[in-house]
Design a protein around this ligand. Structure first.
Ligand SMILES: *[C@@H]1O[C@H](CO)[C@@H](O)[C@H](O)[C@H]1NC(C)=O
Ligand SMILES: *[C@@H]1O[C@H](CO)[C@@H](O)[C@H](O)[C@H]1NC(C)=O
Ligand SMILES: *[C@@H]1O[C@H](CO)[C@@H](O)[C@H](O)[C@H]1NC(C)=O
Ligand SMILES: *[C@@H]1O[C@H](CO)[C@@H](O)[C@H](O)[C@H]1NC(C)=O
Ligand SMILES: *[C@@H]1O[C@H](CO)[C@@H](O)[C@H](O)[C@H]1NC(C)=O
Ligand SMILES: *[C@@H]1O[C@H](CO)[C@@H](O)[C@H](O)[C@H]1NC(C)=O
Ligand SMILES: *[C@@H]1O[C@H](CO)[C@@H](O)[C@H](O)[C@H]1NC(C)=O
Length: 742
């Protein structure tokens, strides 16, 4: 504890001293001598250098400044390698022709120094070089007590020698040990040139930088060189700060001066004898022996990065980077394509395109939807939907719905073919389900402009028609080009199927057919009397008389006449109604009247009576139309010929004749002569009673005659009014049971 305390105290005390001893050389100190830089720790003065050993003698020779280190002229000083190159003296050993003796030539061939000197002769870069054809030179440390080495060079003729080769023939090189700070060179006089002086008078020896020596035969040629050969050759010194053993001690010994003052400097142990030197750390350059001497290297000045890359200098190092899309690879110092970047960019672009496409798509969708809505609204307005809405608002009790297109599409499975109930002249009927209720959806074929405007109004009238023998119009859809009508769904087929379908004759009693005809007549009568001008069905036929669960008749498709165009231009193509049922008068006038419906109904009565189709395509021209067949049979008073077989003899002839008469009247060529629907209904009612109540036969026949004659009646009408239509008699009819009942 006490030791630590003392150490700490001494550290504090010594810190300022350390700072002062490490003071930098004064700015007045020369940093150059002649052409040679003199960096600290060297200096041209003892005060300017780190120590006496680093002091350079800058003197003037022949008017030129030359630096000297001891006896030798300095060539250069390197801080990074801690070396100094000087010019060493070449020692000559020549034969004096006049004295006939061997003589030394040149300056002292050796170095006198001490181990205190920072300089050591570089053992790596220097070689002891001897030249001659009979030369034997020895080298030793100065006092000759330690190291001993020698160089021997021999030859017989100059032409034995090769330029550049220094391996014993005329030239030899010997390595020297390290830690050498002084040496001495001697020639042996026994190996002399006394006999060969004519071509080789002098031998030479020098310790010199091996890299700067290249043997030349001329060095030996007598006529070429003088005794001294003006001899100088470069030699390399390793220098270091020798007062401590190495870096570890130097860093620890705070009483001494640690020479590596600069930040970003490091200490390196000397490899040639004890001591250390300093170097700037990687990325810095300058003088590590000076405060802040190590400066950041701008590596980018010498382009360390790939030629297609960029260099950025940062403190102590640099960074290379590459163009966009390339990645810098440090190992090879190249810019390589950056696959991840390319993939990233590609993915990014792809994502962007997808987003744009989706955006455009959505935009289009929204625009399309808006357009569609606008079109829908336009149709709605055109079809008088607003008027309809107004009325619906004021008339709260109205059981009429304005459906949206989407609702109907959903209800019918987008008007699927499998949902088709039937196809008519005016459109196609689909089965649909809305709110668990079956409906029949009629898509009309087309309408003209006149009717478009009146459509809403007419829908309103039709919607108010509420009769048990008329299919109820539940609503319509106006937001489409051609309005769609929605009716109640009637489940048990049509009168057509009942008469002309398979097994018809076996299952359906004539009474039932009669009842159905009566109900249909009541329905049509209601239509004709409901409004003024009368609502004309326009397409009365057995397939438009639907049957509900109780086989009760329901007249359908009565809106057709309203939807069908009646323009003068269009009447040619748009014939109303169905062949076989068509009012011949309408064919001429193109004017539908309520009597047109009566004519068509007459054809229905014929179908019931005869069980035949109104038009037989396979028959001869006169036999084609059921009505003409019937009328000609009536003319010939041969009703039996046309009656359906299972009726003959089973039903009273009176009933059948009554029916035939009624049909005949309905089929009158002149519309005005035909009875009104009301009269037809009443007559049918009467005939039905004839069938079930034989006792009123005579009365009714009389009444019927007067009725058909045009006079109004009283007697049975009262009875008829009290008659609960359909209710008591129209009990569910099981076709099978009715068959067995007969
Ligand atoms: C410097 O060198 C010159 C010439 O070599 C010499 O005369 C002089 O004494 C030297 N000075 C020192 C301080 O060594
Ligand atoms: C000093 O550093 C330089 C550059 O960093 C290097 O070339 C040189 O070899 C180093 N010197 C020594 C003695 O390690
Ligand atoms: C040889 O020796 C003489 C006498 O000492 C001297 O004068 C002469 O310069 C020498 N010759 C050479 C070439 O050194
Ligand atoms: C030359 O060397 C030989 C023997 O190697 C010796 O006898 C002679 O004296 C030497 N001559 C000179 C001038 O030293
Ligand atoms: C010495 O050099 C001279 C001049 O270059 C040359 O003429 C002579 O032949 C050389 N002597 C020998 C022995 O090579
Ligand atoms: C030989 O020495 C003299 C005097 O030192 C000099 O003038 C001459 O240039 C030298 N010759 C050669 C070839 O070096
Ligand atoms: C510390 O350095 C001083 C002078 O530089 C030296 O005298 C002393 O022996 C050194 N101490 C150690 C432990 O190296």
């Amino acid at each position: 504890m006490r030791v630590l305390l003392q150490l700490g105290l001494s550290l504090i005390l010594l810190a300022p001293q350390y700072a002062t001893t490490a003071a930098a050389p004064s700015p007045q100190c020369q940093s150059q001598c002649g052409n040679v830089d003199i960096p600290y720790p060297f200096g041209t003065d003892e005060k300017c250098s780190l120590s006496k050993g680093f002091s350079i003698n800058c003197t003037v020779q022949n008017g030129v400044h030359k630096p000297f280190l001891g006896d030798f002229e300095v060539l250069d000083i390197s801080l990074t390698h801690a070396t100094t190159r000087v010019l060493n003296h070449i020692l000559g050993f020549c034969y004096n022709i006049s004295t006939r003796k061997m003589e030394y030539a040149g300056l002292f061939g050796g170095i006198r120094s001490s181990s205190l000197s920072p300089l050591r002769i570089s053992d790596i870069r220097n070689k002891f070089t001897v030249i001659g054809c009979n030369a034997f030179a020895s080298i030793s440390d100065y006092d000759g007590t330690g190291y001993q080495g020698m160089g021997v060079a021999t030859c017989r003729h100059l032409f034995d020698l090769v330029d550049g080769s220094c391996s014993g023939m005329g030239c030899s090189q010997t390595t020297t040990p390290n830690k050498m700070f002084d040496y001495n060179v001697r020639f042996s006089s026994f190996a002399n040139t006394s006999l060969i002086w004519k071509f080789n008078r002098c031998s030479y020896a020098v310790l010199m930088e091996a890299a700067s020596f290249k043997f030349n035969v001329l060095y030996i040629n007598t006529t070429k060189f003088n005794d001294t050969n003006a001899g100088r050759a470069p030699m390399v010194y390793d220098w270091a700060i020798r007062d401590v053993e190495g870096c570890d001690v130097a860093r620890r010994n705070l009483t001494g001066t640690y020479a590596c003052l600069s930040s970003n400097s490091k200490c390196i142990d000397s490899t040639n004898d004890q001591g250390y030197m300093c170097n700037c750390t990687h990325g810095y350059e300058g003088n590590p022996y000076l405060q802040d001497g190590c400066k950041d290297v701008n590596e980018c000045n010498h382009n360390p990065c790939p030629s297609d890359g960029f260099c950025r200098n940062i403190i102590g190092e640099h960074r290379c980077s590459c163009r966009v899309g390339k990645r810098y690879v440090k190992e090879s110092n190249t810019c390589n394509p950056d696959t991840s970047f390319i993939i990233g960019v590609t993915m990014g672009l792809f994502g962007l395109i997808v987003i744009i496409v989706i955006t455009i798509f959505w935009g289009q969708m929204i625009i399309q939807k808006r357009k569609l809505n606008k079109v829908k609204q336009e149709y709605f307005r055109q079809h008088g939907g607003l008027l309809l809405f107004d009325r619906m608002k004021s008339d709260k009790g109205l059981a009429f719905t304005v459906y949206s297109q989407a609702e109907l599409i959903r209800a019918t499975g987008n008007f699927d073919n499998s949902k088709i109930l039937g196809k008519g002249g005016h459109g196609t009927v689909y089965k649909g389900i809305i709110k668990n209720m079956p409906i029949a959806v009629k898509r009309c074929v087309l309408v003209d402009d006149r009717q478009k405007k009146e459509f809403g109004q007419e829908m309103l009238i039709l919607s108010q028609i509420n009769h048990k023998n008329i299919v109820k119009l539940l609503g319509c859809c106006l937001e489409v080009e051609v309005p769609i009508l929605v009716y109640e769904f009637v489940s048990h087929g049509t009168l057509f199927e009942l008469i002309h379908g398979k097994n018809h004759a076996l299952q359906i009693s004539f009474n039932t057919l009669l009842r159905i005809a009566h109900e249909a007549a009541e329905g049509l009568c209601f239509l004709h009397s409901y409004a003024s001008p009368p609502i004309i069905h326009g397409d009365v036929k057995t397939s438009n008389i639907l049957l509900d669960d109780n086989y009760m008749a329901k007249v359908s498709d009565f809106g057709a006449s309203i939807l069908a165009p009646s323009d003068k231009e269009q009447f040619v193509t748009m014939v109303q109604g169905t062949c076989g049922y068509l009012d011949p008068e309408y064919m001429q006038t193109c004017q539908l009247t309520e009597k047109s419906d009566v004519y068509s109904f007459g054809v229905i009565l014929l179908e019931i009576l005869t069980g035949q189709l109104p038009l037989k395509l396979e028959g001869s021209e006169t036999q084609r139309s059921l009505s003409s067949i019937f009328l000609s049979a009536m003319k010939e008073n041969n009703l039996d010929a046309v009656l359906v077989s299972h009726v003959k003899g089973k039903e009273s002839m009176e009933l059948l004749r009554g029916l035939a008469d009624l049909a005949k009247k309905c089929l009158d060529m002149c519309g005005d002569n035909r009875p009104f629907m009301k009269e037809v209904a009443n007559e049918l009612n009467r005939l039905r009673k004839l069938s079930v109540h034989p006792w009123v036969r005579i009365d009714l026949e009389m009444d019927a005659e007067s009725l058909l004659g045009g006079e109004s009646t009283s007697g049975y009408e009262i009875e008829l009014n009290g008659y609960p239509m359909g209710e008591s008699e129209n009990q569910p009819i099981n076709p099978r049971s009715s068959y067995y009942a007969r």
